[in-house]
Ligand binder design. Structure first.
Ligand SMILES: Nc1ncnc2c1ncn2[C@@H]1O[C@H](COP(=O)(O)OP(=O)(O)O)[C@@H](O)[C@H]1O
Ligand SMILES: N[C@@H](CCOP(=O)(O)O)C(=O)O
Length: 305
């Protein structure tokens, strides 16, 4: 395998995993995007970051996009190089909006864009490699495929299928200032769950497929969860309290991914939004139906220096 291109640009969406009952399986892509330009060089790796994560994430080979890029090249036996990266990040870090999965998918798709036989890094291969980075496939699947996805593990093999989301479904994303690393939220989960709670979530996850694709009127019952949100309440008390309040008022609210962002699968009215404190930033993204995309020159990233 050879490197046949020396520059590639990639756009990748934010994602909300779980969507209530679908722990580690359901996910949804938003029209909030990170963009990365990767150039292969003969020098050492340099990363410039604009927006989210600037001044915080590593600026060399430890950068997550670079680690994923190198993993993709290693997987197909392509030679390594130095890399120069420009990252324009809009996905907040540590808020449950899939920033780490987006970085991994961006790096892997950049690797695909540099090599002589891109089919060696087909989507199923990238989903597996991304799942090995993340430990769960539910953010990587929608970041890769767009729309809503159901992901599952077949032994150690990650798989995913895409759902066509009903166009009547709108989104409101409530992002708090505090962060919660996904690793900490996962450590808060109990090792076992009750049979009754597992059965409850199985029924609601099945219903969620119907609600997302053709019955948005069922979104409130379809987004109920007993397996992970309450169990993580100590790590994000305000978010879990907000989900409970919004649901009691009839809004299909869930914790986005491992939190602490709250995702509402409806256009939350202005009065409800206005009543939230200043610690909540409100976004109304669309649903990204493309997933990760290679970009052509002139798509905006050249604003980076
Ligand atoms: N675009 C990025 N570039 C480099 N590192 C990133 C990027 N996005 C996320 N990360 C890394 O992943 C961490 C957040 O991952 P995680 O705790 O799983 O939260 P999230 O819910 O945002 O994915 C960041 O603190 C950073 O170390
Ligand atoms: N299923 C995972 C999802 C984590 O999503 P993130 O966006 O918070 O990284 C979990 O709930 O741990």
């Amino acid at each position: 395998m050879r490197l046949v291109h020396d520059e590639v640009r990639v756009q990748v969406p934010a994602t909300s995993a779980n969507l209530g009952p679908g722990f580690d399986s359901f996910g949804l892509a938003h029209t909030i995007h990170d963009r990365v330009r990767v150039r292969a060089t003969t020098g050492r790796t340099e990363v410039r970051v604009f927006g989210e994560g600037a001044g915080e994430v590593p600026d060399g080979d430890d950068h997550l996009v670079v680690r994923a890029l190198r993993a993709g090249l290693d997987h197909v036996g392509a030679p390594q190089a130095g890399f120069s990266l420009d990252c324009e990040n809009a996905i907040p870090h540590g808020r449950g909006l899939g920033s780490s999965a987006a970085a991994v998918i961006a790096g892997l798709v950049a690797a695909r864009g540099l090599i002589s036989e891109p089919e060696a890094l087909a989507d199923d291969v990238l989903l597996q490699l991304a799942t090995e980075f993340e430990g769960h496939p539910d953010n990587a699947a929608p970041a890769l495929l767009g729309g809503a996805t159901v992901a599952w593990m077949d032994g150690r093999q990650a798989r995913a299928a895409r759902l066509e989301v009903d166009p009547r479904i709108e989104l409101t994303v409530l992002i708090p200032t505090e962060r919660l690393p996904t690793s900490r939220a996962r450590a808060a989960l109990p090792a076992t769950v009750s049979h009754a709670d597992a059965a409850f979530n199985a029924g609601r996850a099945g219903l969620l497929t119907l609600a997302l694709t053709s019955r948005p009127d069922l979104l409130l019952p379809a987004t109920a969860d007993r397996l992970h949100q309450a169990q993580r309440a100590d790590a994000m008390m305000a978010s879990v309290a907000l989900v409970r309040r919004l649901r009691s008022e009839g809004h299909p609210a869930v914790i986005s991914g491992a939190g602490p962002t709250v995702l509402v699968l409806s256009a939350l009215d202005g009065a409800t939004v206005a009543g939230l404190g200043p610690e909540w930033s409100v976004r109304r993204p669309g649903i990204d139906t493309d997933g990760v995309l290679p970009l052509t020159a002139g798509s905006g990233i050249e604003n980076s220096r």
